[in-house]
Structure formats: structure tokens, C-alpha cells
Ligand binder design. Sequence first.
Ligand code: SF4
Length: 252
Amino acid sequence: MLHFDDIVFGPISSRRLGSSLGVNILPSKGKLCNFDCVYCECGWNKDGTADRRFPTYEEVVAAFEEKMSSLSAEGVKVDSITFSGNGEPTMHPDFPEIVDAVLRCRDRFFPDAKVSVLSNAFLVGRPSVAQALRRVDNPILKIDASSDELVRQINKPVGPYRLEDIIAALKGFDGNFILQTMFLRSDEFDTAAPEALQKWMDIVRELRPREIMVYTIDRETPDKSLGKYTVEEMTAFVQPLLDEGYKIQIRG
Ligand code: SF4
């Protein structure tokens, strides 16, 4: 399974993001998340218990500043900085302060670089988390399932999660976020079954995200019974939203 040992990793080159730096503010040796998605590239939570220590604010800021300053001195360009890694970044107790420090450092060394956060949106009802997410260029927030039952099957939240509350909190973004949705199926569920798909599109229309990313299983997953969809299938699923003018990236 995929794990990030360093707080700052990269830069790696990607067609979509250019020269991209990753920031992992989760424990370095195992996964820590308030979801336990059946498709998680970091494996199950129960297998990631080797390390429960978040890097401190000071450690994150020192590692990030050092990396940014050395890349700048070497003349290496940074186009994007993404919070991702071994779990859910908003679980870090100092997430808002770390976001602000990263934004300040970005402004100093690579003012044109875009800062993104990949989050499952579980904690978006917390004002300090929502405000921090709204300060970055690209809050990329996950809704895979359109009912609490599907959420339980796919994302397996650790603790109380109500889709209704998440949607209410996301309305506060006024559409200024990127919605990320994984389409997948198994013997027990299918996120693209007609009723589930209709409900998901209703959620999209309620939240009006400025952009949507839909994707499917790519790498190894902890649950081996999962099925993926093709780009053509996913394009057909989201066609009504494309017709309504939504900007949608579809990745197979
Ligand atoms: S939200 Fe992300 S890190 Fe957490 S379990 Fe799901 S895929 Fe893994």
C-alpha cells in the first residue's frame, strides 16, 4: 500500500498540475483517517496503527520552508502544492494554522503556485476547518455516495456522519470548491445505479461546485471485489450535468 514517509514530497511532474509538491501532515508510518474507504490506496485504518503521532506544527513548517527555500535556490519551479498523504489532513489539530503558514511560504517563494487540499469533508462542519479550506486555492472535497447507507458501505466513516450535515456545511462554500467523486461498484453497491446517480446529481445541483472531478479505481485497493468504470461510462453518467454547463474532469 502507498505511504508517504516524508512531510514534504516531490516535486513530481504531472500533465495536470505541472511541477507538484505534496504535503503529508499525517503520521508518517501508517494511515489515519476518519473514513475507511473500501478503495483507499493507503489500506485499512486497522493496518495503519504503527504510528499515531501527527508531525507538530513546527516540524511541518520547518520541513516545508526548507524544501521551498532549497527548490527556489536551485531554480526549480513549483506550480502546485497539495495537502494529501496518509489520511485526512483536516484531522491535524493545527490544520488551520498549518494552512496559513503554507500560504505565507508559498507567497514568499512561489507566489503563482496553487495550493490544494484533498479532504473527505467529514470535518467541514467545524468552522475553523471550513474557513481554512476556503482560504486555499483549491479545496477538493469528497462526496462519493448520495445516501448515508451508501456512505457506510463505501466510506465507512469512523464516528457519526450525516450527509445532510455535510451538504449543509458545504453550502457555505457558495460553490467555491471542487467536488471529487469516485464511481465504483461491488456485489453490494453501485454508486452509479439510477437512483444513487439521480440523488448525487441533486446534491451537485444543490451545491453548484465550480468544478467536479469524477474518477474510478486506479491502484490496488484493500477490498478486492471492487469494479471500476470506463471513461465512456462515467461520461454518460454525468452527461446531464455537462449539458447544464458544469465543468467536469473525468479520469479513468
Ligand atoms: S478519505 Fe481518503 S485517506 Fe481516508 S479512507 Fe478514504 S481514500 Fe483513504
